[in-house]
Design a protein around this ligand. Structure first.
Ligand SMILES: *[C@@H]1O[C@H](CO)[C@@H](O)[C@H](O)[C@H]1NC(C)=O
Ligand SMILES: *[C@@H]1O[C@H](CO)[C@@H](O)[C@H](O)[C@H]1NC(C)=O
Ligand SMILES: *[C@@H]1O[C@H](CO)[C@@H](O)[C@H](O)[C@H]1NC(C)=O
Ligand SMILES: [Cu+2]
Length: 173
């Protein structure tokens, strides 16, 4: 009886500990998705995947830059594939008297929040001022899906087309 009680107590403790460590970490960037994709087959018998040597610098939206009223899902579809170590460049004007609806760049933690433009757990990677000049640069340096969106106007920009999803591909040598 005593040992059963101990067992139950231990199980509960483990569950509570696990839950606490997960829930105390709402910042998804520190989660398992942050695991880097690294190969080291230097001495292995395999063909080894390498990051693309001439990584590209891609302006998001092309000459349209990062703007309202443009369908970036469509843009990403026609410009795919994107490769590991490519740099995405977001260009957008900072807030000013003539630019009262500026943009930003957010990353969603999941496909579900991306589809719903639910910004609650999204991480801002660029504020409204960071797309100025040469633009905000984001390197695709992890092997994971990236869910980008503009985070302004409470998700309205996102819902209107300022979002896209990228899964970096490897070039095989
Ligand atoms: C890969 O492995 C080799 C041999 O074990 C080692 O010399 C080399 O430093 C490793 N490279 C990286 C990037 O870890
Ligand atoms: C945006 O971020 C930059 C760089 O981190 C910072 O210098 C600037 O003050 C921020 N601007 C706003 C409007 O938050
Ligand atoms: C963007 O284009 C895709 C198809 O390429 C379409 O499914 C989607 O509804 C469009 N989004 C908006 C906001 O118009
Ligand atoms: Cu916007």
């Amino acid at each position: 009886m005593a040992s059963k009680c101990m067992h139950l107590l231990l199980t509960i403790t483990i569950i509570v500990t696990l839950f606490a460590s997960v829930s105390s970490n709402p910042n998804f960037q520190n989660g398992p998705q942050n695991w880097k994709f690294e190969f080291n087959y230097t001495n292995g018998p395999f063909r080894r995947p390498k990051p693309v040597q001439n990584s590209r610098r891609i302006i998001v939206g092309g000459s349209d830059n990062w703007r309202f009223g443009f369908n970036y899902t469509e843009w990403a579809r026609t410009n795919a594939p994107f490769f590991f170590s490519d740099t995405l460049v977001f260009k957008f004007d900072p807030p000013s008297d003539t630019n009262i609806h500026p943009h930003s760049v957010y990353l969603f933690p999941s496909l579900w929040s991306f589809l719903r433009c639910d910004l609650r757990w999204a991480k801002r990677v660029a504020n409204t001022s960071q797309g100025e000049g040469e633009g905000f640069e984001f390197v695709l340096n992890k092997w994971k899906p990236y869910y980008f969106a503009c985070g302004e106007s409470n998700g309205f920009h996102c819902q209107s087309g300022m979002k896209f999803f990228v899964m970096p591909a490897f070039r095989w040598y």
